[in-house]
Write a protein that binds this ligand. Sequence first.
Ligand SMILES: [Fe+2]
Ligand SMILES: [Fe+2]
Length: 159
Amino acid sequence: MGQKGREIAKLDHKWLLNELNKAYAFEWVVHYYAALASDIVSGLRTPVYAEIFKKAAEGELGHAGRIAKRIAELGGEPCASMAEIEKLAGFGKVGFPKNRSDIKGFIEIFLKMERHAIELYNNLSNKTHGKDLVTHELAEDLLAEEVAEEEEYENLLKG
Ligand SMILES: [Fe+2]
Ligand SMILES: [Fe+2]
């Protein structure tokens, strides 16, 4: 980011980069688990859910990419350690259902993740409002996507 770009960003730089890195890490965690779910889900409706989880994995990786670009624009470093990614994400342990055809069990985990993401971006959106418009727009955009994803999972749970 150039001189003027830095001037107009009125937030504590260190704080903002840390928040963005937490979001970056969390998106990677969701990406990882969605990709894994796509590979291990089984049962009669496997192809349908494998595809749903695969698409989700791609979407979350896209989110991670957008955040990484913003971190770089701000002169920061996106977290480059997988061990740190898990710690930074701060989501805790994810236990997939032992029964790989327990679709509801899988979806409940992803629903929890979407809700975590919603809180994260709602918070980031509020805190950047009027202070860092570029990050604010990114946070709003991601918030809208996570809100839509939560609804999709809720609808899947209803069957
Ligand atoms: Fe996401
Ligand atoms: Fe999501």
